[in-house]
Write a protein that binds this ligand. Structure first.
Ligand code: MN
Length: 219
Protein backbone atom coordinates (compact mmCIF):
# COMPACT_ATOMS: atom_id res chain seq x y z
CA UNK A 1 0.00 0.00 0.00
CA UNK A 2 2.66 2.47 1.13
CA UNK A 3 4.90 1.44 -1.73
CA UNK A 4 2.12 1.94 -4.23
CA UNK A 5 1.38 5.41 -2.78
CA UNK A 6 5.02 6.32 -3.13
CA UNK A 7 5.01 4.94 -6.67
CA UNK A 8 1.90 6.98 -7.53
CA UNK A 9 3.45 10.12 -6.07
CA UNK A 10 6.65 9.48 -8.01
CA UNK A 11 4.71 8.97 -11.23
CA UNK A 12 2.74 12.19 -10.69
CA UNK A 13 5.94 14.10 -10.21
CA UNK A 14 7.13 12.72 -13.53
CA UNK A 15 3.86 13.39 -15.32
CA UNK A 16 3.23 16.95 -14.09
CA UNK A 17 6.39 18.47 -15.63
CA UNK A 18 5.67 16.57 -18.87
CA UNK A 19 2.19 18.11 -19.06
CA UNK A 20 3.65 21.56 -18.42
CA UNK A 21 6.10 21.05 -21.29
CA UNK A 22 3.24 20.06 -23.62
CA UNK A 23 1.40 23.29 -22.73
CA UNK A 24 4.38 25.51 -23.49
CA UNK A 25 4.80 23.97 -26.97
CA UNK A 26 1.57 25.77 -27.92
CA UNK A 27 3.60 28.30 -29.84
CA UNK A 28 1.15 30.44 -31.69
CA UNK A 29 -1.26 32.48 -29.61
CA UNK A 30 -4.25 34.26 -31.18
CA UNK A 31 -3.90 38.04 -30.98
CA UNK A 32 -6.68 40.17 -29.56
CA UNK A 33 -8.46 42.50 -31.96
CA UNK A 34 -6.89 45.99 -31.90
CA UNK A 35 -10.39 47.46 -31.25
CA UNK A 36 -13.63 46.42 -29.55
CA UNK A 37 -15.79 43.74 -31.19
CA UNK A 38 -18.52 46.30 -31.87
CA UNK A 39 -16.18 49.09 -32.98
CA UNK A 40 -16.71 48.61 -36.73
CA UNK A 41 -20.52 48.52 -36.59
CA UNK A 42 -22.65 49.12 -38.58
CA UNK A 43 -20.21 48.21 -41.39
CA UNK A 44 -19.20 44.96 -39.67
CA UNK A 45 -21.41 43.81 -36.79
CA UNK A 46 -20.26 42.73 -33.36
CA UNK A 47 -21.65 39.24 -34.04
CA UNK A 48 -19.58 38.92 -37.23
CA UNK A 49 -16.43 40.10 -35.45
CA UNK A 50 -16.96 37.63 -32.58
CA UNK A 51 -17.41 34.70 -34.98
CA UNK A 52 -14.67 35.86 -37.31
CA UNK A 53 -12.04 36.46 -34.62
CA UNK A 54 -12.95 34.00 -31.85
CA UNK A 55 -14.12 31.04 -33.94
CA UNK A 56 -12.57 31.22 -37.41
CA UNK A 57 -9.25 33.00 -36.80
CA UNK A 58 -8.62 31.39 -33.40
CA UNK A 59 -9.60 28.04 -34.92
CA UNK A 60 -6.86 28.31 -37.56
CA UNK A 61 -4.31 29.13 -34.85
CA UNK A 62 -5.35 26.14 -32.73
CA UNK A 63 -5.24 23.82 -35.74
CA UNK A 64 -1.83 25.12 -36.77
CA UNK A 65 -0.46 24.39 -33.29
CA UNK A 66 -1.74 20.80 -33.57
CA UNK A 67 -0.29 20.31 -37.04
CA UNK A 68 3.22 21.69 -36.43
CA UNK A 69 3.79 19.68 -33.25
CA UNK A 70 6.84 17.43 -33.72
CA UNK A 71 7.50 18.73 -37.25
CA UNK A 72 10.41 20.90 -38.49
CA UNK A 73 7.92 23.80 -38.68
CA UNK A 74 7.48 23.82 -34.88
CA UNK A 75 10.46 26.14 -34.39
CA UNK A 76 9.84 28.49 -37.32
CA UNK A 77 8.42 32.01 -37.50
CA UNK A 78 4.90 32.15 -38.95
CA UNK A 79 5.97 34.00 -42.11
CA UNK A 80 8.57 31.31 -42.92
CA UNK A 81 5.88 28.63 -42.62
CA UNK A 82 3.59 30.62 -44.93
CA UNK A 83 6.35 30.86 -47.55
CA UNK A 84 7.61 27.26 -47.37
CA UNK A 85 4.89 24.87 -46.16
CA UNK A 86 2.28 23.03 -48.21
CA UNK A 87 -1.04 21.31 -47.55
CA UNK A 88 -2.87 21.70 -44.23
CA UNK A 89 0.09 23.36 -42.44
CA UNK A 90 0.28 26.00 -45.17
CA UNK A 91 -3.49 26.51 -45.17
CA UNK A 92 -3.73 27.13 -41.44
CA UNK A 93 -0.51 29.19 -41.20
CA UNK A 94 -1.60 31.42 -44.08
CA UNK A 95 -5.09 31.83 -42.64
CA UNK A 96 -3.53 32.92 -39.33
CA UNK A 97 -1.21 35.40 -41.08
CA UNK A 98 -3.94 36.69 -43.43
CA UNK A 99 -6.45 37.31 -40.63
CA UNK A 100 -4.00 39.23 -38.45
CA UNK A 101 -3.11 41.35 -41.48
CA UNK A 102 -6.80 41.84 -42.26
CA UNK A 103 -7.85 42.84 -38.72
CA UNK A 104 -4.84 45.17 -38.29
CA UNK A 105 -5.73 47.34 -41.32
CA UNK A 106 -9.26 48.09 -40.06
CA UNK A 107 -10.13 50.89 -37.68
CA UNK A 108 -13.24 52.57 -36.23
CA UNK A 109 -11.47 55.90 -36.94
CA UNK A 110 -9.62 55.22 -40.17
CA UNK A 111 -7.48 57.58 -42.22
CA UNK A 112 -9.85 57.80 -45.18
CA UNK A 113 -7.41 58.65 -48.01
CA UNK A 114 -3.91 57.44 -48.87
CA UNK A 115 -1.17 60.07 -48.78
CA UNK A 116 2.55 60.49 -49.38
CA UNK A 117 4.65 57.82 -51.16
CA UNK A 118 1.76 55.34 -51.21
CA UNK A 119 -0.53 57.84 -52.94
CA UNK A 120 2.21 58.52 -55.51
CA UNK A 121 2.60 54.76 -56.13
CA UNK A 122 -1.19 54.34 -56.50
CA UNK A 123 -1.36 57.15 -59.05
CA UNK A 124 1.61 55.67 -60.93
CA UNK A 125 0.16 52.14 -61.07
CA UNK A 126 -3.60 52.79 -61.24
CA UNK A 127 -4.03 56.41 -62.30
CA UNK A 128 -6.20 57.23 -59.28
CA UNK A 129 -7.38 55.96 -55.91
CA UNK A 130 -10.86 55.53 -57.40
CA UNK A 131 -9.52 53.25 -60.12
CA UNK A 132 -7.57 51.19 -57.58
CA UNK A 133 -10.72 50.78 -55.49
CA UNK A 134 -12.78 49.79 -58.53
CA UNK A 135 -10.21 47.15 -59.53
CA UNK A 136 -9.91 45.77 -56.01
CA UNK A 137 -13.73 45.61 -55.78
CA UNK A 138 -13.83 43.70 -59.05
CA UNK A 139 -11.21 41.21 -57.85
CA UNK A 140 -12.92 40.71 -54.47
CA UNK A 141 -16.45 40.37 -55.81
CA UNK A 142 -15.42 38.31 -58.86
CA UNK A 143 -13.30 35.73 -57.00
CA UNK A 144 -15.00 32.36 -57.37
CA UNK A 145 -15.52 30.67 -54.00
CA UNK A 146 -13.50 31.50 -50.90
CA UNK A 147 -10.32 33.54 -50.92
CA UNK A 148 -8.60 36.88 -50.59
CA UNK A 149 -8.18 39.94 -52.82
CA UNK A 150 -4.88 41.75 -52.26
CA UNK A 151 -3.19 45.03 -53.07
CA UNK A 152 0.51 44.23 -53.36
CA UNK A 153 3.84 45.89 -54.17
CA UNK A 154 6.62 44.34 -56.20
CA UNK A 155 10.34 44.85 -55.58
CA UNK A 156 10.32 48.13 -57.55
CA UNK A 157 7.46 49.49 -55.45
CA UNK A 158 4.93 49.18 -58.26
CA UNK A 159 1.45 48.14 -57.18
CA UNK A 160 -0.95 45.54 -58.49
CA UNK A 161 -3.96 43.51 -57.45
CA UNK A 162 -4.02 39.76 -57.06
CA UNK A 163 -6.95 37.48 -56.22
CA UNK A 164 -6.00 34.31 -54.40
CA UNK A 165 -8.31 31.35 -53.77
CA UNK A 166 -8.63 29.72 -50.33
CA UNK A 167 -5.74 30.71 -48.00
CA UNK A 168 -3.64 32.22 -50.83
CA UNK A 169 -0.95 34.67 -49.74
CA UNK A 170 1.14 36.83 -52.14
CA UNK A 171 4.32 36.34 -50.07
CA UNK A 172 4.53 33.01 -51.92
CA UNK A 173 5.13 34.94 -55.17
CA UNK A 174 7.71 37.30 -53.67
CA UNK A 175 5.19 40.17 -53.48
CA UNK A 176 4.66 42.51 -50.53
CA UNK A 177 1.06 42.48 -49.21
CA UNK A 178 -0.34 45.95 -48.47
CA UNK A 179 -4.10 45.51 -48.09
CA UNK A 180 -6.51 42.59 -48.26
CA UNK A 181 -10.19 41.76 -48.44
CA UNK A 182 -11.37 38.50 -46.89
CA UNK A 183 -14.12 37.19 -49.14
CA UNK A 184 -14.75 33.90 -47.36
CA UNK A 185 -18.46 33.74 -46.61
CA UNK A 186 -17.72 33.60 -42.87
CA UNK A 187 -16.45 37.20 -43.18
CA UNK A 188 -19.80 38.62 -44.26
CA UNK A 189 -22.67 36.12 -44.34
CA UNK A 190 -24.16 37.05 -40.94
CA UNK A 191 -24.47 40.73 -41.96
CA UNK A 192 -24.84 40.64 -45.74
CA UNK A 193 -25.96 37.08 -46.60
CA UNK A 194 -25.03 36.46 -50.25
CA UNK A 195 -24.40 40.16 -51.04
CA UNK A 196 -20.61 40.09 -51.17
CA UNK A 197 -20.44 43.35 -53.13
CA UNK A 198 -22.30 45.16 -50.32
CA UNK A 199 -19.94 43.67 -47.72
CA UNK A 200 -16.89 44.83 -49.67
CA UNK A 201 -18.37 48.30 -50.20
CA UNK A 202 -19.07 48.62 -46.46
CA UNK A 203 -15.59 47.45 -45.50
CA UNK A 204 -14.00 50.37 -47.38
CA UNK A 205 -15.40 52.59 -44.60
CA UNK A 206 -13.12 50.80 -42.11
CA UNK A 207 -9.89 50.61 -44.15
CA UNK A 208 -7.20 52.63 -42.40
CA UNK A 209 -4.99 54.03 -45.16
CA UNK A 210 -2.48 55.05 -42.50
CA UNK A 211 -1.85 51.35 -41.78
CA UNK A 212 -1.48 50.64 -45.52
CA UNK A 213 1.00 53.55 -45.88
CA UNK A 214 3.14 52.16 -43.05
CA UNK A 215 3.22 48.76 -44.76
CA UNK A 216 4.28 50.37 -48.03
CA UNK A 217 7.00 52.46 -46.40
CA UNK A 218 8.38 49.54 -44.34
CA UNK A 219 8.42 47.00 -47.19
MN1 MN B 1 -11.87 35.14 -42.47
Amino acid sequence: MFVSMIATLFLSLLIIPTMTTTDTTTRFVPRDLPYAYDALAPHVSEETMRYHHDKHYAGYVAKLNELVLDTPYAGQPLEDIVVSADGPIYNNAAQMWNHEFFFDQLSPEPQTRPEGPLLAAIERSFGSVENLKAQLDKAAVGLFGSGWAWLVADKQGDLSIVAEPNAGNPLRRGLVPLLCFDVWEHAYYIDYRNRRADAVAALWNCIDWGAVERRYEQR
